[in-house]
Design a protein around this ligand. Structure first.
Ligand code: ATP
Ligand code: MG
Length: 658
């Protein structure tokens, strides 16, 4: 890249924490000072929030960078920390999971019951021949058994690889093969948009193409007919009949806990490896700090799927290690109606909600009348993760969901980082809409230029992490070389720039005049227009700030005069007329609106009004496919696309609008 990212968008609003929340916050500004004075000591203190069977001898071994070892010599059991110790402390009757199925069936599971179920599953897996170090693939809908399966693996030291239940047989078989999984845990199906959706036949197809799987453990969820082979065993005939006590053994702090593949927004998914002690330390601490979680009184709800890292860290390991009560929901937000989420918030008295910008923008598109019909007064804190959140979406979330009373924490992190890295602290930070603000205590991040030099306030460049952190990925499963190349060869020692190892996150960012961080999307998505680097995120945010726009995706298309030109795909809000001349007029208005907001350099060459955008299964916009459309190429790899008919919708929608 020839120069640093242009710094276009100016957002000056800021919202300090509500007084009552600040006065009672789990973590205060002192945490920043403690971590700055002694970073490793700070993380050792956070590790002390867990129960260790054996204390570590060394907090960090960084003698062979970038291969880190945290809490060297320490031993602990993750499931023990999530379950047994809460029961032992007298909290066995506390609800761990308020589960709601899409058809409306419910289950209430206490910590004592979750422990019993996990012990049974641990015993059943052991009977199936699974032992410490083996890999188990988990391909389940959002049912409590998904959490039980993960915890049971952790309990016996088996490394789980959760594969999102919406993935194809192709995606599943390549992940099974990559990790040489011995057992697959699945279900007959789950409920999706009001119908049972089959999983078992996908597993059959995937398993037939691989040669390591010995058993397939099947949960009965829908009761639909399934094919049965000699590897198949029912969950209710094995797990539910197994002994319900199991003594958890402690494992080394660096024992592999799980492999998880990234969402594939940019390239072939990478099998990210996370280990035990450092991972649990950071996800447990960040849950406590960033959500200000009070296990006795809060009801927490993270709307992610367990198939993504957000589900691993902030449905299973973070909340349960803190003894939280949480909601878990199986289905989609619009089944049976578009108010489903808000019914759930009202019914369970959800106080902390963690969701993704894609959902917030969808809710904006559906209109604020829908949440207004529900009592959302139990909410006290709102979180966002997954993509940059446009300032107007942030404001909408704060106003129409949080009623102006809840801090919004925009949390930046990745599958690779394991836990949150950059986020406001809800009792401390005066958060600005659209900014992830500052690195959390104990985390060191910066924005650097092409040469790896930190940019001054007001500048833009590449986001880097300059010091190792406890929940960092340890490698890409089976591919140390790709690990080195992808993350450690762009800046720092791995690029022959000085002695310090610097992690390249792959995201662009800027520092505002106060030094706060703004994520600008992936470096691969940055556009180069007439010699200026312009971030897709900023142009998208400018479009979303127009009252007629719900969602926008922007790409750079090759252009004979400007190098690249800005092409925007825009979804109008529900009530907007886009037929014929009205559509043309709106397009002209939006082009001018962007030029007025960001400057003439950012004026899109072309704006298309479309009904949908291509997204990954985790709901992220896949700009590379839109780039293919904008440049009239045939489409690249679409296997991680949520809905393959979307691309056709876009092409037809486009023709009618331009
Ligand atoms: P792949 O690496 O396979 O392309 P992915 O990066 O989408 O997939 P994840 O690890 O799920 O896979 O997502 C992490 C990325 O999501 C971050 O690198 C960043 O681009 C984006 N992201 C997550 N949270 C935020 C946030 N709060 N603000 C801005 N961007 C975010
Ligand atoms: Mg990524």
């Amino acid at each position: 890249m020839s120069e640093t990212l242009a710094n276009l968008l100016n957002e000056t609003r800021a919202f300090p924490p509500p007084d009552a929340l600040a006065a009672d916050a789990n973590v205060t500004a002192a945490a920043y000072d403690e971590a700055a004075a002694d970073r490793l000591g700070f993380w050792a203190d956070q590790a002390g929030r867990l129960d260790w069977a054996q204390r570590w001898e060394q907090t960090l071994d960084w003698s062979n960078p970038p291969f880190a070892k945290w809490f060297v010599g320490g031993r602990l059991n993750v499931a023990y920390n999530c379950l047994d110790r809460h029961v032992a402390a007298g909290h066995g009757d506390r609800v761990a999971i308020h589960w709601e199925g899409e058809p409306g069936d419910t289950r209430t599971i206490t910590y004592a019951e979750l422990l019993r179920l996990t012990c049974q599953a641990a015993n059943a897996l052991t009977d199936l021949g699974v032992s410490a170090g083996d890999r188990v693939a988990i391909y389940l809908p959002m049912i409590p058994e998904a959490a039980v399966a993960m915890l049971a693996c952790a309990r016996i030291g088996a490394t789980h690889s959760v594969v999102f239940g919406g993935f194809s047989a192709d995606a599943l078989s390549s992940r099974i093969a990559d990790a040489s999984a011995k057992v697959v845990i699945t279900a007959d199906g789950g409920y999706r948009r009001g119908k049972p959706s089959d999983l078992k036949s996908t597993v059959d197809e995937a398993v037939a193409r691989t040669d390591t799987v010995e058993h397939v453990l099947v949960v009965r969820r829908t009761g639909e007919q399934v094919n049965w082979g000699d590897k198949d065993v029912w969950w209710h005939e094995t797990v539910e009949t197994a002994a319900d006590s199991h003594e958890a053994q402690a494992f080394d702090a660096e024992h592999p806990l799980f492999i998880l593949y990234t969402s594939g927004t940019t390239a072939k998914p990478k099998g990210i490896l996370h280990t035990t002690g450092g991972y649990l330390t950071q996800v447990s601490y960040t849950t406590h700090a960033v959500f200000d979680l009070k296990p006795e009184t809060d009801v927490y709800w993270c709307t992610a799927d367990i198939g993504w890292v957000t589900g691993h860290s902030y449905i299973v390991y973070g909340p349960l290690s803190n003894g939280a009560t949480q909601v878990m929901y199986e289905g989609t937000p619009d089944t049976p109606n578009k108010g489903r989420f808000w019914e759930i918030v009202d019914r369970y008295g959800v106080s902390i909600l963690y969701t993704a910008p894609t959902l917030i923008r969808t809710m904006m598109k559906w209109g604020e009348d829908i949440p207004a019909e529900h009592d959302l007064s139990s909410l006290r804190l709102l979180g966002s993760v997954g993509e940059p959140i446009n300032p107007e979406a942030w404001m909408w979330y704060r106003q129409h969901i949080g009623k102006g009373n809840c801090p919004v924490v925009d949390t930046w992190w990745q599958t690779e980082t394991g836990g949150m890295m950059i986020s406001p602290l809800p009792g401390v930070t005066a958060a600005k809409p659209g900014s992830a603000m500052s690195p959390l205590p104990g985390i060191v991040a910066d924005v650097v230029d092409d040469q790896g030099q930190p940019v001054p306030n007001g500048g833009g460049g590449y986001l880097v992490l300059s010091e190792p952190w406890p929940s960092m990925l340890r490698t890409i499963w089976g591919d140390d070389q790709r690990f080195l190349e992808t993350y450690w060869s762009r800046f720092g020692a791995g690029a022959n720039q000085g002695d310090d190892w610097v992690y390249f996150a792959g995201d662009g960012a800027k520092k505002d005049d106060d030094g706060h961080l703004w994520l600008l999307g992936r470096v691969d998505d940055v556009m180069l227009v007439s010699g200026h680097n312009i971030s897709t995120t900023e142009v998208e945010s400018a479009l979303v700030s127009h009252p007629s726009v719900a969602e926008a995706a922007v790409v750079g298309a090759t252009d004979p005069t400007t190098g690249q030109a800005i092409v925007a795909f825009t979804i109008p809000r529900g009530n907007i007329d886009t037929e014929g001349d009205a559509g043309e007029a709106l397009i002209a208005e939006l082009r001018n609106h962007v030029a007025k907001t960001l400057g003439p350099i950012a004026k899109p060459r072309q704006i298309m009004l479309v009904p949908e955008l291509p997204k990954t299964r985790s709901g992220k916009i896949m700009r590379r496919l839109l780039r293919d459309v904008a440049e009239n190429r045939s489409l690249g790899d679409v296997t991680t696309l949520q809905d393959s008919s979307v691309m056709e919708l876009i092409s037809t929608g486009m023709r009618s609008a331009t």
